[in-house]
Ligand binder design. Structure first.
Ligand SMILES: [Mg+2]
Length: 259
């Protein structure tokens, strides 16, 4: 029985040039850290890259949160303790004040058509909704993007970010932690996402994914755009619950069908 729908954010609820956003975010943050530590901005580039690589490594064995491992790696690389209260304060302030201003012409972040409608369709069915965005950013940074996606007021039961997650997508451990924090199992949740790799847990942990996009991932149980998902969701949930009494719409988006 499906009890919750987990939504990815970037290019699922939010249209965004993610590469441009990350470039802008990291370069502004590097400038800030260079200032507070009296280092050069250029010397920050590699440590940032290595810290992001560390948290997304497939061979992780640790039980640290992504934030703890990021900070630990950054400290080893630069000698800068990101968890020092003064530095942490400057970073928090940056995330709250500067990050929401980074939506320029190149980043061009706007709500994804049908995104909010699909979230509301899930809520109308009495399902829990949660925001399963890849936890590589702080909570404040996730919330800034929620504002751009026009979902900042949605009562998501859980929002993943780097301080409450110990793995990244598509690691099954990330998904298992996420659903258990909701008090649910993977079989009781439906994931909705646009990434043919990251939004499908690896290894398979029983969580099914509705795929938003034009590729044809084998494991997708549905494919289409968010507008269509907002219409198909009741039928999709019935089907996953093994109840076909409602019947499928004529243009049902079966994976592999041409649309
Ligand atoms: Mg995405």
């Amino acid at each position: 029985m499906i009890k919750a729908v987990l939504f990815d954010m970037d290019d699922t609820l939010l249209s965004i040039n993610l590469t441009a956003f990350i470039a802008s975010y990291v370069s502004r943050k590097a400038r800030l850290l260079a200032e507070v530590s009296s280092s050069s901005v250029v010397s920050m580039g590699m440590p940032f890259a290595r810290s992001y690589l560390a948290i997304s490594s497939d061979s992780r064995q640790d039980s640290l949160t992504n934030e703890q491992l990021f900070n630990e790696t950054f400290l080893t690389e630069t000698g800068i303790p990101l968890d020092d209260p003064v530095i942490a304060d400057a970073v928090d302030c940056f995330d709250a004040e500067v990050t929401p201003t980074l939506n320029g012409r190149t980043v061009h972040a706007v709500p994804r058509r049908g995104g909010r409608k699909a979230v509301e369709a899930a809520r109308k069915l009495g399902l829990t909704v949660a925001l399963a965005t890849n936890p590589s950013f702080s909570e404040a940074c996730v919330r800034a993007r929620m504002g751009w996606a026009d979902v900042e007021d949605v009562p998501f039961a859980r929002i993943s970010h780097m301080a409450n997650s110990t793995r990244m997508k598509p690691d099954a451990r990330y998904y298992e932690e996420f659903v258990s924090a909701l008090g649910l199992s993977c079989e009781e949740c439906l994931m909705v996402g646009n990434d043919a790799t990251r939004d499908f847990p690896r290894p398979d942990c029983g969580l099914v994914t509705a795929y938003v996009g034009h590729a044809r991932p084998k494991r997708a149980i549905w494919r289409g755009d968010m507008e269509r998902l907002s219409r198909d969701l009741p039928f999709l949930i019935d089907r996953l619950d093994g109840d076909r009494s409602r019947g499928m719409p004529d243009d049902w988006a079966e994976p592999g069908s041409s649309d």
